[in-house]
Ligand binder design. Structure first.
Ligand SMILES: [Zn+2]
Length: 469
């Protein structure tokens, strides 16, 4: 959505920018205001002779559109000022295709903060709508210039529309945020609150898309396309807002160390690319390898380099020549937050990072590992965040704990080993400390299967495996 952006100015310490897509709306609004002005003039001042020049309408249209954007800015300032007063960090305010947005650097930390922050924008719009309406009424009585009264009246109406639209309880619209804060406050569960608010957001989005299609059938092209676009935008935002909350809650507070592969296969810098492909890529099925010589970490080589050369030239370049030597950009500390690792991968468009301590290689962490963990964690936790995964395969019997660990992947390995030997089992996990807390994972088997499970686990590579009852 955000293409080219221009920084305009700073107000109250907030940088204000416009996105290139904003120019499209500016044109559309100018056009539609200019079109509607004559009709409104003749409705309220039927005795006036119509303005002769089209240019006058266009100028008034442009002025009205700019004043409208001023109102949108004030609405966003409402959000931003309250957010800042509640200690949240705000990036700036940007006007774009669908209005304005105040960029939050972090999510509100309490339902109260979210409520106040969300309601502040609509409050500003409400004040503006009432103010313009009053001014229009007074202007009409006192016979202010007719065009001016019409424009003021128009601004009252569209601020009212902005107010109503934003109060629809559809996340991520303001009303949806208000809804989320209320649900959050009532249940104490941010995730469930976000989910319901985002369902409401998606339902509203589909309503918009549907009504847009109806408008298209009625040959209202601009209105129809507009409704469909806004609907798609809201739907997408609602979906991703929920996913973001899930990811944040699951990953934050988890150190990267927990997900890393502590024994990554290391490639030497001296071999050529053809050898590397044959002996490393095809053999270990990884897309990236740390490069080290004499225990000294030198870089990271990924299969992306292969697209730079035809196959015939693979023998003429070495790993050391093509690897990424900028270790700072491809590595992360073992104690860093997994959420930071994910953000890093997304920003840089990579799916693997080296885990290092200084210049020492500790392991590798991949997007796949993070996502697998997310998947499991979300599956294992119930809505209360307290957690139980019903042992489906075992429901008829009294399950016995065959293995316990705090490491999900380890439990999964044990489960797979048991299943490979025909022992029916399932995982049960408990979150022992809130959303980002420690997981206690148990591998359950049927009563009577303990002995077989013990044999399988003993044969497994985990020396500390134990059968408990
Ligand atoms: Zn708002």
């Amino acid at each position: 959505m955000f293409g080219r952006r221009w920084r305009l100015f700073r107000i109250l310490g907030f940088p204000v920018s416009i996105d290139a897509s904003w120019l499209i709306v500016l044109f559309l609004l100018t056009f539609s205001f200019a079109e509607q002005l004559p009709a409104m003039l003749s409705q309220f001042y039927p005795t006036d002779a119509p303005l002769s020049a089209d240019a006058a309408y266009w100028a008034m249209g442009l002025l009205t559109a700019l004043a409208f954007f001023g109102c949108i800015l004030l609405h966003e300032f409402g959000h931003a000022v309250v957010a800042r007063a509640r200690g949240m960090s705000i990036g700036g305010i940007t006007l774009f295709l669908f209005g304005g947005v105040a960029e939050l650097h972090d999510e509100p930390d309490s339902p109260g903060t979210e409520f106040l922050m969300a309601i502040a924008g609509p409050m500003v719009s409400a004040v503006l709508a009432m103010g313009f309406w009053l001014a229009a009424v007074i202007g009409y009585q006192l016979a202010w210039p007719h065009l001016l009264v019409i424009v003021i009246g128009y601004l009252a109406v569209i601020n009212g529309v902005v107010l109503l639209f934003n109060l629809v309880p559809a996340f991520p619209l303001d009303g949806g945020r208000v809804l989320r804060s209320i649900l959050w406050g009532a249940t104490g569960n941010l995730r469930a609150a976000t989910r319901w608010a985002s369902y409401a957001g998606r339902a509203f989005a589909w309503l918009l898309i549907f009504s847009g299609l109806m408008q298209l059938f009625a040959h209202d092209w601009i209105g129809g396309v507009w409704s469909v676009l806004i609907g798609m935008f809201v739907d997408n935002a609602a979906k991703s807002a929920y996913q973001q909350v899930l990811v944040r809650q699951a990953l934050s507070g988890e150190p990267v160390r927990r997900f890393m592969n502590a024994q990554p296969v290391v490639a030497p810098p001296s071999i050529d690319i053809a050898h590397w492909v044959d002996e490393y890529v095809y053999r270990f099925h990884h897309r990236a390898f740390p490069v080290a010589a004499n225990g000294h970490l030198e870089g990271l080589i990924t299969t992306q380099v292969l697209s730079q050369f035809p196959r015939s030239e693979w023998g003429t370049h070495t790993v050391g020549e093509l690897m990424n030597r900028d270790l700072g950009s491809v590595s992360i500390a073992a104690e860093a937050d997994a959420l930071d690792a994910l953000g890093r991968m997304q920003r840089q468009g990579v799916s693997r990072l080296l885990v290092t301590a200084g210049n020492k290689l500790l392991g590798m962490v991949s997007l796949k590992d993070l996502l697998r963990f997310l998947d499991l964690k979300l599956e294992l936790e119930n809505e209360a965040g307290a957690a139980v995964h019903e042992p489906q395969a075992l429901d008829a019997d009294r399950p016995v704990v065959a293995y316990a660990t705090t490491n999900l992947s380890e439990a999964e390995i044990v489960k797979n080993a048991l299943m490979a030997e025909g022992v029916r089992c399932s995982l049960d996990a408990e979150n022992q400390g809130g959303f980002a807390g420690v997981l206690a994972v148990k591998v359950l088997v049927r009563a009577g299967d303990e002995e077989r499970a013990r044999n399988v686990i003993d044969h497994h590579t985990h020396p500390h495996a134990a059968v408990m009852s």
